[in-house]
Design a protein around this ligand. Sequence first.
Ligand SMILES: [Zn+2]
Length: 166
Amino acid sequence: MRHCPRCGAPTGALPAKCGACGYEAYLNPRPTGTVIIVRDGTFLAVRRARDPRAGWWDLPGGFCDGFEHPADAAVREAREELGVAVELGEFAGMHIGSYDFQGERLPVLDCFWLATIVGGEIALDPAEASEYTWLPLHDPPEMAFPTMDLVLRNPVIGRFGSRLAH
Ligand SMILES: [Zn+2]
């Protein structure tokens, strides 16, 4: 059962207007920023250390903090998860997905940028990822989240990847 975030009265499924206090609650997607770090026709994947989808290959990224732009979130998450500075390249796409958190299925708006590492050596945050690898852009495996499968199978990614390769 959902409860009104303002007065605590029970409400139905979102969107809902609280019958007790009039508060209107919506189920809006939460934006994320994610990097597809490319090198020589491959992209960097990290193995998720925690649920949801622990053990699956993932792209570095995460939720925006307050009013943070998704591009800034992508750069920050790369720094926090990998210990490196990245420079964003072309915007690679955005897809609506879902994220299971605290017993709820939240809608998310996943925003992806191609990126290259411009500083630092990769040092994973063990709370986030147990290992990393470079996977082929032309034949990516199934990833942790379907939005990643969508963006990695976008044919323009291969073109971007080869342009950014060095
Ligand atoms: Zn209320």
